[in-house]
Write a protein that binds this ligand. Structure first.
Ligand code: PGA
Length: 253
């Protein structure tokens, strides 16, 4: 059984004070939630404070980061290493988000190096993949995602695959209010799982959590999560409001 993961990607929102306020609120709304793993991914500047607060509250919420640089240390001005994240108690690291691919020009080789670096530090990459609207309309959604998986997971071995989370995030659904239908999201997530099965074996693939992301809200979370290959959500906008994010995490209520 795959435990669903609901992860909040705060993007470039919330300074460290606002971040701790949000986490306090979330923690009290989610204190009795069972059977669902909840993660928050604040900006780097808030990770330290949020980490301390989660420990102080003995919270069930786990800590994630939004990005990482794939080197142990060195002359990489402005960058953050996997070890620095690990030292703060970070468990999940978002890798290959479409905003970084598009706005910052990250390519698949760089993303593959990040996946490797996160795993080498014993953390879990949340690898984001997804097609643009044009690619979907041209019937190229599956081949686009297949190409991303092929390149981004090149350095991952079969026995490591259960320590991976994949998030299918159609670019046209991110921040647009336009969600993929549960059937379309299921189709892609099933495709991702079958690709993983072919490459890494059925059993290994059946352990990988495959999330959906793109305008997930309290009112569409339950129908998305009901699909057999959707094992959680990567939530942007709706993760910034405690009541909305908690409602998504409580999709079974
Ligand atoms: P959204 O963002 O929920 O605001 O669409 C999702 C994401 O980018 O991870």
């Amino acid at each position: 059984m795959r435990t669903p993961l609901i992860a909040g990607n705060w993007k470039m929102h919330k300074d460290h004070r606002q971040a701790t306020d949000l986490v306090r609120e979330l923690d009290s709304l989610l204190a009795d939630l069972e059977g669902v793993e909840v993660a928050v991914c604040p900006p780097f500047t808030a990770l330290g404070e949020v980490s301390r607060l989660l420990e102080e509250l003995s919270s069930r919420i786990v800590l994630g980061a939004q990005d990482v640089y794939p080197a142990k240390e060195g002359a990489f001005t402005g960058e953050i290493s996997p070890g620095m994240l690990k030292a703060l108690g970070v468990r999940y690291v978002i890798v290959g988000h479409s905003e970084r691919r598009e706005i910052l020009g990250e390519d698949d080789d760089f993303i593959a190096a990040k996946v490797r670096a996160v795993m080498d530090e014993g953390m879990v990459p949340i690898l984001c993949v997804g097609e643009t609207l044009e690619e979907r309309e041209d019937g190229r959604a599956l081949s686009k995602v297949e190409g991303q998986l092929q390149k981004d997971l090149a350095p991952v071995r079969a026995e490591e695959i259960s320590g991976l989370v994949v998030a299918y995030e159609p670019v046209w659904a991110i921040g647009t209010g336009r969600t993929a239908t549960p059937d379309d999201a299921q189709e892609m997530n099933a495709f991702i799982r079958s690709w993983l099965a072919e490459r890494y074996g059925e059993e290994n693939a059946s352990e990988v959590r495959i999330l959906y992301g793109g305008s997930v809200k309290p009112d569409n979370a339950a129908e998305l999560m009901a699909m057999p290959d959707i094992d959680g959500a990567l939530v942007g906008g709706a993760s910034l409001k405690a009541t909305d994010f908690a409602a998504i995490a409580r999709f079974r209520d």
